[in-house]
Design a protein around this ligand. Structure first.
Ligand code: SAJ
Length: 428
């Protein structure tokens, strides 16, 4: 195979990972074309704009487009390197849906030539790079590792801090052969300031799944401790602070569940493929998804709610200070509340108002609180830390508030006449 050819990269999928990656590749000197099946994303990019709210992304995309090195295309184009950054969701039965990976691979194959490099970045079950992307390449008449290079290079970025983490995080590159990995390293080296370690594609796929599964299980541990503390009349937040003084203990934060497009999804890839070995992982998933129901039970147990009571759910973003409502715990809380006969109104200060994954989200806090018997704070947004109980009391006939993130000043709310429930705090 030839040495590194002229830089010329086609990125397939311009979402949370693909767009910043394409932009960084362009600003580091490559000529990049970006392809997406969503015409709105392509249109925004043609105008040098982004559809995503991410620190530093608007400036980065504008710089990449104005440099003339990032352009959007309605069809994949011949390039020396193809980078696949498409979603890998789970179906309602928790089985993985790899149709978008397969579609992207099939879309690039007609443009693939000997000597090219194909990189999969999407979080995927073990074997996807060689068995799904590799199969599509073979069906196109080329052999991975011999005619074209093939790699798995998982993204590791934290939504909300994507651009900085793309540049600064360490990176794993898994090659179908060692030469494949070395070829991809030369690309990432251009913008990644973290340490780059090379391995094979299967190990890289497993490492990525392990990272997010590890976090899910550890959050489940924190949520289990919160349940125990509530039953035992203990404040879990204080107990965690004490335990974390141990030099080898870092207990995570309990909360209303685990949202986002990664952590609640990725453990299922292990569970689907290895059902016998993954009882612990499944239990952790169920523990985290069960938080919503536990919140509603605790609210009901106060005796302050009646059938038809309105709950004001504050926070649709899956975590603090981002605008992303994908797989939000708010959806599970809403379902649990409605199953108990309550009505629900959902507010978020950052998520674009409208219907997201069946969840109707409003940006108007007063309308959400008006007539509510209880307010349930699910997201630790900075804006919610300043909630004023006096103003809330003027809108709400009820005086009940549930704090799932431990961010409210309990004393101030109590002085305003509220009964305050804090997730994981068993003491009044
Ligand atoms: N959460 C808790 N308690 C905690 C930490 C998080 O309840 O102590 C909840 C959050 O509220 C949120 C969910 O977990 O609902 C996930 O948030 P997160 O900040 O842990 O992670 P994500 O989904 O935003 O990003 C993760 C990251 N993975 C790890 O930290 C191992 C990121 O580095 C990955 O790149 C990303 O998934 C991904 O794309 O896979």
């Amino acid at each position: 195979m030839s040495t590194l050819p002229e830089p010329d990269i086609c990125v397939l999928g311009l979402g949370y990972v693909g767009l910043p990656t394409a932009s960084l590749l362009a600003t580091s000197g490559f000529n990049v074309v970006g392809f997406d099946t969503n015409p709105r994303i392509l249109e925004a990019l043609r105008n040098g704009q982004t559809h995503l709210q991410e620190a530093g992304l608007a400036t980065l995309v504008a710089a990449a487009c104005h440099s003339g090195r990032l352009t959007s295309v309605a069809e994949p184009k011949a390039a020396h390197t193809f980078v696949i950054c498409v979603p890998t969701p789970v179906r309602p039965d928790h089985g993985v849906d790899l149709r978008m990976v397969e579609a992207a691979a099939k879309a690039l194959v007609p443009h693939l030539r000997p000597g090219n490099l194909v990189i999969l970045e999407s979080t995927s079950p073990i074997g996807t790079t060689r068995n799904v992307v590799g199969r599509c390449i073979r069906e196109g008449g080329l052999e991975p590792g011999r005619d074209v290079h093939l790699c798995y290079c998982p993204e590791r970025v934290l939504p909300g801090n994507t651009v900085s983490e793309l540049v600064n995080n360490d990176r794993i590159i898994g090659g179908f052969t060692p030469a494949c990995a070395q070829r991809a390293e030369a690309i990432y080296r251009r913008f990644c300031q973290g340490r780059i370690t090379l391995t094979d594609d299967l190990t890289a796929e497993m490492s990525k799944l392990m990272e997010n599964t590890y976090r899910d299980v550890n959050i489940a541990v924190a949520n289990t401790f919160a349940c125990i503390a509530e039953r035992a009349g203990i404040d879990v937040w204080e107990a965690i602070a004490h335990a974390n003084r141990h030099p080898r203990v870092t207990i995570l934060q309990p909360g209303p569940g685990v949202g986002g497009h990664c952590i609640p999804v990725d453990p299922w890839f292990f569970v689907e493929a290895f059902p016998e070995e993954t009882q612990l992982l499944r239990a952790a998933r169920e523990r985290n998804d069960g938080q919503a129901q536990r919140i509603i039970v605790r609210l009901k147990d106060t005796g302050l709610l009646s059938p038809g009571s309105k709950l004001a759910v504050l926070g649709a973003a899956y975590k603090a200070d981002i605008d992303d409502a994908r797989l939000s715990p708010a959806a599970l809380v809403k379902d649990a509340a409605e199953a108990s006969g309550f009505t629900v109104s959902v507010h978020d200060p950052l998520v674009r108002p409208g219907v997201h994954e069946g969840l109707e989200i409003s940006g108007d806090l007063a309308t959400c609180l008006k007539g509510a018997a209880a307010a349930v704070v699910l997201t630790g947004h900075t804006a919610y830390r300043q909630l004023d109980p006096t103003q809330m009391a003027a809108l709400m006939p009820g005086r009940l508030v549930y704090d799932a993130r431990h961010i409210l000043d309990q004393r101030v709310f109590a002085e305003a006449g509220f009964t305050v429930l804090v997730l994981g705090r068993g003491r009044a």
